[in-house]
Design a protein around this ligand. Structure first.
Ligand code: NAI
Ligand code: MG
Length: 331
């Protein structure tokens, strides 16, 4: 049995999590759901955006499924809190174009692996009279473990190369250490091609030759920017899943937010969440079911018979979900 904490959150978070649970319930898995709270509504009720019980529940569970929250200005970000408390050091984003969708570039299939705990996002800033300084922390430990994660995933999915993205020509000590750690780990994987690129060049290559990349490993800020750029390549927030993974815990979530503009209308695209569930099941070593979900989603998108408005159609969230369930039954 799996204990799964679900955090639906705000806005369309609730709709897409319901859709995801409908998919999970249809599969032959023994799951115990623990509902937990976070976000704006939680803040209005309790005065905190993420109660301690939510963090505790996520820590104890086999995995956590996160919908989306509406951010509250000046309050702590629930997702940052969870990443830190659960030491979810890897942010994994598959970038894949699907047949049948208006993906800007076809046939793209690579993975971005972003270091999730340090870099410029360690949030150590100082303000002086006429100057503000941010620290950028890069440790050997975090750099080696994220590189190892990258090579392990390349091995698992038979990817040919792993690329380290940095700016070591300017940030000689911090990114120097990141790059050195990457190549140290690369020695353990002689069958995988290890290479590296400067982040500015990479920003261009993602547009000019995205098909050349298999797995990209990078620091926190660069990964944040490159993964949104990559999302633009394959078009559509409603299609993009992500995983936050550590040695003990995993939290899976669609890349999108709570979308207040379409919330409550039953028209949000549940695919990003359903693909996040496939990633979650992969993490739980249920690779067979994970793959089945992936294929069912790909087929439904390819057929294009049922499409939510973001994909150019007029169908509802639950119609898309039902279609994916039907396709699962056909496989
Ligand atoms: P958003 O991702 O919520 O929406 C951006 C645009 O994409 C909107 O037009 C929305 O309708 C559309 N969209 C997003 N997901 C969709 C889906 N599944 N199906 C169809 N259309 C979809 O980003 P926005 O508007 O900048 O932020 C809204 C709120 O969400 C803010 O409070 C923001 O801070 C929060 N947010 C939360 C995240 C999280 O919980 N991890 C991530 C990003 C934003
Ligand atoms: Mg971002």
């Amino acid at each position: 049995m799996y204990n799964i904490t679900t955090i639906a959150g705000d806005g369309i978070g609730k709709e897409v999590i319901n859709a995801g649970i409908a998919i999970l319930d249809h599969l032959d898995l023994n799951i115990n759901y623990i509902e937990a709270e976070a976000g704006l509504e939680t803040f209005e009720k309790t005065g905190t955006t993420i109660p301690e019980e939510t963090v505790k529940s996520a820590k104890k569970s086999d995995a956590t499924l996160f919908g989306a929250i509406t951010s509250v200005a000046g309050e702590k970000s629930p997702i940052l809190r969870l990443r830190k408390s659960l030491d979810l050091y890897c942010n994994l984003r598959p970038v894949k174009s699907f047949n049948g969708t208006k993906s800007i570039k076809p046939n793209i299939d690579f993975l971005i692996i972003r270091e999730n705990t340090e870099g410029l996002y360690c949030q150590v800033e100082s303000l002086y009279e006429n100057e503000a300084i941010a620290q950028r922390q890069i440790t050997r430990k975090a750099s080696e473990r994220i590189s190892k994660f990258g090579f392990e995933i390349a091995k698992k999915y038979n990817k040919k190369s792993v690329s380290c993205i940095h700016k070591a020509n300017v940030l000689k000590l911090t990114d120097g250490l990141f790059k050195e750690s990457f190549y140290k780990i690369a020695k353990n994987y002689p069958d995988i091609n290890a290479n590296d690129y400067y982040v500015d060049a990479m920003a261009m290559f993602l547009v000019t030759k995205p098909k050349e990349f298999d797995v990209i490993v990078t620091t926190n800020l660069f990964g944040d920017i490159l993964s949104d750029e990559a999302a633009g390549l394959v078009g559509g927030l409603g299609l993009l899943p992500s995983g936050n993974i550590g040695d003990k815990n995993g939290l899976f979530e669609p890349v999108h937010g709570s979308a207040p503009d379409i919330a409550g209308k039953n028209i949000s695209n549940p695919v990003a969440t359903i693909l996040s569930i496939a990633m979650m099941l992969d993490f739980l070593k249920e690779e067979y079911v994970a793959n089945k979900i992936q294929i069912a989603v790909e087929n439904v998108l390819k057929h294009g018979k049922i499409q939510t408005p973001d994909l150019g159609g007029t169908n509802k969230t639950n119609e898309m979900t039902t279609e994916i369930i039907k396709e699962l039954d056909n496989l």
